[in-house]
Design a protein around this ligand. Structure first.
Ligand SMILES: [Co+2]
Length: 187
């Protein structure tokens, strides 16, 4: 499918029907504007509002829809909360299933065979590649996405953010922290 898509894209570009820059712009939009910012708002709300957090953890699809984020690849969402004892890392071992409505389009590495296999075999090694070192006591749970269920990781709220507004908090929530390959930024 990937080869077919690439072949189709190169023909369309060759014939002048699409601009590679336009395709890049669409991907950029999903990566930087539409996607992860949505997820960051969900995470910031869950950090600020205990009742919302409870709804998010029990029925993520509805809780995310409350903020207006619905659509393709977001129909069956599950939110997983990271804690000092348990860290969730999301992968799609089969292909590249990803929660578009909250995170946008998946980054290239998420689709790579290396990430998809190593995340399962050596999650700590993968985290180290991303610059994340967790205490030995923290268990890592690798979550395999499917086209049916897609995951949003709720990273731990950083220290020193008491009383922060949701907007300020959301700015600390990176895309990778919602996949589990990163942590939320420190203020
Ligand atoms: Co998949």
């Amino acid at each position: 499918m990937a080869a077919r898509t690439e072949a189709l894209e190169s023909i369309l570009v060759e014939k002048g029907y699409v601009e590679p820059a336009a395709l890049d712009a669409i991907v950029e939009t999903y990566e930087h504007d539409v996607g992860p910012r949505n997820g960051a708002k969900v995470v910031a709300r869950s950090w600020s509002d205990p009742a919302y957090r409870k709804r998010l953890l029990s029925d993520a699809t509805s809780a995310i829809a409350e903020l207006g984020f619905t659509g393709r690849a977001g129909e069956h969402m599950v939110a997983l909360e990271n804690t000092p004892r348990l860290h969730h890392l999301v992968v799609c071992t089969l292909c590249s299933c990803y929660p578009w409505t909250v995170l946008g389009l998946p980054p290239t590495w998420y689709k790579s065979p290396a990430y998809r296999s190593r995340a399962v075999i050596d999650p700590r090694g993968v985290l180290a590649d991303f610059g994340v070192t967790l205490p030995d006591a923290t268990r890592i749970a690798v979550q395999d996405s499917t086209s049916e269920v897609r995951y949003l990781v709720v990273p731990m709220r950083p220290e020193g953010t008491d009383g922060w507004t949701e907007d300020r908090l959301a700015a600390l929530v990176t895309r990778d922290s919602m996949i589990g390959t990163g942590l939320a930024m420190s203020p």
